[in-house]
Design a protein around this ligand. Sequence first.
Ligand SMILES: NC(=O)CC[C@H](N)C(=O)O
Length: 362
Amino acid sequence: MFHGAAVGALGECVGEVVFNTAMTGYQEILTDPSYARQIVTLTYPHIGNTGTNAEDEESAKTFAAGLVVRDLPMTHSNWRSAESLDHYLQRHGVVAIAEIDTRRLTRLLRDKGALNGCIQAGAIDIDKALAAAKAFAGLKGMDLACEVTAREIYEWRAGSWEAHGGFGPGSRDQSDVLHVVAYDFGVKRNILRMLADRGCRLTVVPAQTPAAEVLRLEPDGVFLSNGPGDPEPCDYAIAAIAELVERGIPTFGICLGHQLLGLASGASTMKMKFGHHGANHPVQDLESGQVMISSQNHGFAVDESSLPGHLRATHRSLFDGSLQGIARTDRPAFGFQGHPEASPGPHDVAGLFDRFIRLMRA
Ligand SMILES: NC(=O)CC[C@H](N)C(=O)O
C-alpha cells in the first residue's frame, strides 16, 4: 500500500503496474495506445517540468490506465508548453498519484514481476481498492488491439515535427510515392510520420481487416503496428498476416506487430516477468554486431527457442538476452520488438524504416 497526493482526475483506476525508466516523454507515454490497461510508474523523479502541448500526442487520446510519479513540480516551463501535466491529466480523466516512493515500487515490480494495482483518488476505501486490484484479470490472454484500433480506414500524409515549421508535409515527390497499408493495432503517430518522411502514402486500416481487403488496396508494403495486450488471442490478425507474408508482400512489424509476425510465421510468444519499458535499452544487431540504444515498451516477447527454420533472430537485448528482432529467410518480412520511431528518441534504430523502404523498392 502506498499513500501519496492525487494529481489527476478523481476516481479509481485498475491495471497492470509497470515501471518505465525514460527521463523524458511522459506525454508520449500517456498517449501510447500500447499502455492500455497499464498503470505506469516513472522512475525519473521529476515529471511534468516541461508541461504538455497539443503536438506531442502519439494518438487521439490518453490510453495509460493511471500514472504514478515521485514529484510533480509546482511550476512548468517550456516554450511549447500549453498546459500543466496535472490539468492535462484531469482534463483527460487520468487518475494519477504523486509523492510516491517510486524506487521502492520499482524494486517491488522488478523482484515480483508486473503486479495488478489500483489507484484511488478522492474517496479512499482500502478494502475496495484491494478487491479491485485482485479482480483485474491480467493482460495474459487479453486482446486489446481490437479495442483500441481505428473504426474506419483513413489516409495519413503528415511527416515529422520540426522546431521551425511544425509537422512536415511528408513526401514531396508525388511521382515516386510508395503505398503502405498500415494495420492499426494501436498505432503511434510517429511511426506514420517517419514512413511519410520517407516517401510513403499511408492507408491505415482497422485491426480486423482481412488480407483480401488489404490486397484490394494494392499496397507496395504492409506495416504492422505496435499495440496493447497479448498478441496470442489476435487470431484474425495472425491469419491475415500469414496470408500477406505468404504472398511476398514486403512486411514490417513493430512491437505487437513484430510479435504477430512471429506468431503468423509459426513461432510462439510468452509473457515476460516485468518486460521492458524505457528509452535507454541497448540492443545488438546480430549481423553487424552494432549496439544501438533503443526505446522499449513491451511485456510479451517472441520466444527465441520457438523460431522455425524460416525465421532468423536479427537483434537481441543486451539487458537480458531476450529476442529483439526477427526476419523471414524466405519472404521480405521482418519485425523489431523495440521502437525505431521513438519520440522523443533515441533514434539509433530509425534505419529499420529505411530497410522497409529498400524492401519495397526492390
Ligand atoms: N508497444 C507494444 O506494441 C507492446 C506489445 C505488447 N502489448 C506487449 O506488451 O508486449
